[in-house]
Design a binder for this molecule. Structure first.
Ligand code: FAD
Length: 510
């Protein structure tokens, strides 16, 4: 692919001129770059992470964490009980995501309109955009052969309880059933940005740089005039060159952690004081079933079925997704305990099943800089802790109904339930900061969108209230948690903002 990497740079400073410069090549940035380039705009797309072609993916999580993830997959909150996963490579988090592709529930889009004054993004307006992206990215509900033993058991448990369960929709074309989506799909079946919108944008004339971290948002007279970046050799970290892109509009799509940090660092677009606040992340918890028979829950497609029985807010705001990573990840991320305590359970990894409990959460977090260092403050709100508790009980019931002999909950001090009678233990389970082992795949909300410039950072056109030609098009704009996995919501928000930029240029390029 025609991507400009550090290795190609021969001068100490590089300059580019564009109509639009896009920062970040993940779900938001890649879509913006393609849609704008396809409409004839001169686009430069800058990505901080390296270009790693699919042929270099080796299904070894340790290697792939090092090469494809932010902070080698060790980004955490300040308390250290939440591992916040993000991709950092051409294609961003879409390269390492688990391919679940769900629409934002209508009631959430309606809430954005009613509570935050968001215009033009209701179910009727976004419906055709969801249709378009779903078609382009081959999003379809899993076929029977894509539902592995792990998810078959989860389905059996849900059906025994009479709970709603269905094949998971995924953005994948002819899944190879390898199960290593989160280490990058070496078979190119996952329709990530690396193999779709980024090459499509290049085909339409966009210039794409890897290894180029934007540090500066250049401003003049209240408008953005471009960005300044540093290009580093990804192997040594050594600076290779500086890069300045002059542009008529700047699109930030660096993800819900880096986009607010860029704004804060540059002192831009924060008259509301809201930049970096309202961070939510769908704190996720793994619930393990332990079966007498060997299950090898990781064989086959990673994501099989989902249970949405408790998805509505008034029923808990919890989604369960059948997904069991390989024994390395299962033991590393899910099996509780410390040191030798883990060993007896870890030895039984091939008898285990796993489901992810995804929680709709309040916007209680904050992303900020302290002495120039990134900090992410996030503590589950008391209400959300109770939602989680209910979720643990429901998740455990699914595994027991499927025949599990034990259910292991994601607490630091191991909590093992041996039958439904033990469900009461969940009521007294400690759930203070530091008691749970949580993961976030879905950081969002840190530059929220809305009509009121005093309470929100961007308007319904994606423009920063303070700077009309500075657009945010990533997961940081969501005014509330979207409940569902975030990729499809980001693709559609970016498609929508790009359409607006193409249809109403005077609003942005003034
Ligand atoms: C392990 C994992 C599993 C997931 N599973 C799912 C799933 O199954 N389904 C789903 O819907 N979602 C999933 N997600 C989440 C989904 O992929 C993200 O919500 C989505 O990609 C977010 O899009 P984004 O544009 O906000 O950010 P990203 O896709 O993260 O892209 C941001 C990009 O910006 C780059 N960047 C950051 N700072 C700078 C800078 N200063 N200069 C230049 N570039 C910069 C980053 O390196 C990154 O490549 C998963 C995520 C992870 C990490």
């Amino acid at each position: 692919m025609n991507i400009i990497e550090a290795v190609h740079i021969k001068t100490a400073s590089v300059r580019e001129k564009a109509d639009v410069v896009v920062v970040g090549s993940g779900a938001g940035g890649a879509v913006m770059a393609y849609e704008l380039a396809a409409a004839g705009k001169k686009v430069v797309l800058l990505e901080a992470g390296p270009y790693v072609p699919s042929t270099a993916f080796n299904e070894n999580y340790a290697d792939m964490f090092d090469r494809l993830f932010v902070d080698k997959a060790r980004q955490t909150n300040v308390d250290g009980d939440l591992n916040i996963l993000q991709g950092s490579c051409v294609g961003g988090s879409t390269v390492v995501n688990a391919t679940v592709a769900l629409r934002v529930p209508d009631w959430i889009l309606e809430q954005w309109h009613e509570e935050f004054g968001v215009e033009g993004m209701g179910p009727a307006e976004l419906g055709p955009k969801f249709d378009l992206v779903e078609k382009r990215l081959w999003i379809h509900a899993n076929q029977p052969h894509e539902i592995n033993q792990n998810s078959q058991l989860m389905k059996r448990g849900c059906e025994a309880l009479g709970w709603s369960v269905r094949p998971t929709p995924r953005n994948i074309k002819n899944c190879a059933l390898a199960g290593y989506c989160m280490a990058g799909c070496r078979y190119d079946r996952k329709q990530s940005m690396l193999v779709t919108y980024v090459p499509w944008a290049i085909e339409k004339g966009a210039r794409v740089y890897a290894d180029a971290r934007v540090e500066e948002i250049r401003m003049e007279g209240g408008r953005a005039t471009g960005v300044g970046a540093v290009i580093r050799d990804p192997r040594t970290g050594r600076m290779k060159a500086t890069l300045v892109v002059e542009a008529d509009a700047v699109v930030l799509a660096a993800g819900a952690v880096q986009t607010p940090l860029l704004l804060l660092k540059n002192g831009v677009a924060n008259s509301s004081g809201q930049v970096g606040l309202n961070f939510s992340c769908h704190p996720s918890l793994n619930i393990i079933g332990v079966f007498e028979a060997v299950v090898k829950g990781w064989e086959g497609a990673l994501q099989g079925v989902l249970c949405d029985e408790f998805a509505p807010d008034d029923k808990g705001g919890v989604l369960f997704q059948g997904a069991c990573p390989d024994a390395f990840l299962l033991n590393g991320f899910s099996v509780p305990g410390i040191g030798s305590e883990c060993v007896p359970l870890a030895r039984r990894a091939d008898h285990m099943t796993n489901m992810v409990q995804l929680n709709h959460d309040a916007n209680v977090g904050r992303v900020y800089l302290e002495d120039g260092m990134k900090k992410i403050e996030y503590r589950v709100s008391p209400e959300d802790r109770e939602r989680m508790r209910k979720g643990f009980k429901a998740g455990a019931r699914i595994w027991f109904a499927a025949g599990a002999k034990e259910v292991v909950l994601p607490t630091i001090i191991p909590t093992v339930l041996r039958s439904e009678k033990d469900l009461d233990l969940v009521d007294d389970m400690p759930m203070e900061p530091g008691d749970l082992s949580m993961l976030s795949y879905h950081p969002q909300g840190s530059c929220r969108m809305g009509a009121d410039p005093a309470k929100t950072v961007v308007n319904s056109w994606g423009q920063c209230h303070d700077v009309p030609n500075l657009v945010v098009a990533d997961a940081s704009i969501f005014p509330t948690s979207v409940l569902v996995n975030t990729q499809l919501p980001v693709y559609v928000a970016a498609t929508h903002f790009a359409d607006l930029m193409n249809q109403e240029p005077e609003r942005y390029f003034g």
